[in-house]
Design a protein. Structure first.
Length: 159
């Protein structure tokens, strides 16, 4: 009996990864946002037959970012750190601003939570995005320039 299970764990994960890749690709192409995020995750990871494909992964994350604030936040961090891509403060700003459109749900303790005077179990993407922008220490001129880009993104992508 054991002989039938000779494939190693790595091989099995790889096989599943290929199936998941196909499945999530389909979902992503049909416009499913969770599918896009999962597909992006798998593309970042790659598998035995397919090396990681960061440009493609970022393409799908950026698409997901139109409606998913966590995806926007991830894209922003990628452009901020220059991980996988050349560091690009303009794009980092754009995606942090998109992420900052998420609602703060911290309620009456928001001040304490945002200033980390009390610890939060859940992250607040709204506030973390604004904090990240602050920590970029952009000049006023850059901020005005980037803000124009953000507003035009908003007009193109959100009703
Ligand atoms: Zn908050």
């Amino acid at each position: 009996m054991q002989l039938e299970f000779r494939e190693t764990l790595g091989e099995r994960i790889n096989k599943h990864s290929r199936e998941w890749l196909k499945e999530f690709k389909l979902q992503a192409e049909m416009g499913d946002v969770d599918g896009m995020i999962w597909y992006a995750k798998l593309l970042f990871k790659g598998n035995k037959r397919r090396p990681p494909d960061a440009p493609h992964a970022i393409y799908w994350l950026r698409k997901a970012a139109r409606t998913n604030h966590e995806a926007a936040f991830r894209v922003a961090k990628i452009f901020l750190k220059g991980k996988y891509v050349k560091s690009d403060p303009e794009k980092a700003y754009l995606y942090f601003r998109i992420a900052s459109l998420s609602r703060c749900k911290c309620g009456k303790y928001s001040e304490e939570l945002h200033s980390k005077r009390i610890s939060n179990v859940h992250s607040c993407i709204h506030n973390e995005s604004l904090e990240a922008i602050k920590s970029m220490k952009l000049s006023d001129a850059d901020i005005s320039r980037y803000e124009v880009k953000f507003i035009s993104w908003k007009n193109d992508n959100l009703k």
